[in-house]
Design a binder for this molecule. Structure first.
Ligand code: NAD
Length: 353
């Protein structure tokens, strides 16, 4: 039985995670599938009460004794610079070596995209963002800080191993899913050293997948093209910074943060699943947080754990609810967070009959 650590976290994290857990129980009820869901208290309250974010022993426990982590959101205005969130989130990403940040972008209803004349099938791509390197490793420094001569250096770290494994993961996904093309985004014209490595490795790995078309693009070109003709794209692979920006762009093409799931994966190891949105302090206590991103995230987790049927049923239920307008106010509906979760369970029950 898969063992899953549930870290509801801060702000709206507990609200949306409660619904995701509710849906996990609905989809597995009577199906023979069992999940061991274990609640973990980590977040701002825990940090403020105990002074610890997450200990080395706890990270080891997650790594050795759990199959997945389902996380709500982290971020609390009471914690200076959100150091607990950085420690837990970035700590888990780096220490569990979760090198794939997976961001599916799928339009569930044409009314939800700001693009003109686009159908569901036109906005349906997945971004493989490198998650452990790039400019986010924190290498660099400042010199003469606070003076007119101040210098700030932020290094962009790209290793052969890091670039190769994320590119290979994207091609492997395309092969398994039967998708015809993988696009890679870099900025090789202005950042020749990193771009040179990415392009060389991309060509080499692409040669191992002769049935899949490959295309290397400058990231600014791709950003324009995703707005102009998103239907050209099915799989995109890119570095940490560009992936961060492209996936936020992508989330808006498919209805916004309320519907955007993500996964942080190292195949074969404990992986972390979280909605893209944050803790939304403005929504705390309103009962209006949209739980669908967290629910779609739980579907990603189930698929990763080998329960593709359950994942598909959750995704179909979410699509039905969205198309029927049975949503929270951010998507134009009038349901509360809990009612939106109930609605997904209702569709899941209908599918069983
Ligand atoms: N992975 C994470 O845990 C994560 C990601 C982003 C931000 N954060 C943290 O969250 C806090 C708030 O950050 P922010 O305001 O920049 O981003 P946010 O994603 O929390 O909110 C941005 C906007 O989107 C709306 N929104 C977000 N989630 C929603 C949902 N489920 N349903 C309906 N509307 C939703 C919010 O109301 C807000 O207007 C900060 O402390 C930040 O550091 C955490």
């Amino acid at each position: 039985m898969p063992r899953i650590a549930v870290i509801a976290g801060d702000g709206i994290g507990p609200d949306v995670t409660r619904e995701a857990v509710k849906v996990l129980r609905c989809v597995t009820r009577g199906s023979g599938t069992e999940l061991d869901l274990v609640e973990w208290p980590h977040g701002a309250d825990h940090y403020l009460a105990t002074g610890t974010t997450i200990t080395d022993a706890e990270v080891t426990e997650l790594s050795d004794q759990y199959d997945a982590i389902l996380l709500g959101a982290l971020g609390d205005p009471r914690v200076i610079r959100n150091e607990h969130a950085r420690d837990i989130l970035l700590g888990l990403r780096f220490r569990l070596d979760l090198f794939i940040n997976l961001r599916p972008v799928r339009l569930l209803d044409p009314r939800l995209t700001p693009l003109k004349d686009k159908a569901e099938s036109d906005v349906d791509f997945i971004i493989f963002r490198e998650n452990t390197e790039g400019v986010y490793v924190g290498m660099g420094g400042t010199f003469k800080q606070g003076t007119p001569d101040e210098v700030a250096v932020q290094e962009d770290v790209n290793t052969r191993k890091g670039v190769e494994r994320i590119i290979r993961a994207a091609f492997e996904h395309a092969r398994v899913a039967g998708l015809e093309r993988v696009a890679m985004a870099d900025k090789a014209n202005a950042m020749e050293h990193a771009g040179g490595l990415w392009r060389r490795v991309f060509r080499e790995v692409a040669a191992e997948f002769p049935e899949i078309e490959s295309e290397a693009l400058y990231v600014d070109m791709l950003a324009m093209d995703l707005i102009r003709r998103p239907e050209r794209y099915r799989v995109i692979v890119t570095g940490n910074l560009f992936g961060d920006i492209l996936s936020d762009l992508g989330s808006q093409l498919a209805g916004g943060l309320g519907l955007a799931p993500s996964a942080n994966i190292h195949p074969g190891r404990t992986s972390l699943f979280e909605p893209v949105h944050g803790s939304a302090p403005d929504l705390v206590g309103t009962g209006q947080a949209n739980p669908l991103a967290a629910i779609l995230t739980s579907a990603l987790m189930l698929r990763h754990l080998g329960y593709a049927g359950e994942a598909e049923r959750i995704e179909a239920a979410v699509r039905s609810a969205v198309q029927a307008g049975a949503t929270t106010p951010d998507l134009g509906g009038s349901l509360s967070t809990a009612e939106a979760g109930d609605e997904i369970c209702r569709y899941l029950e209908q599918m069983k009959n």
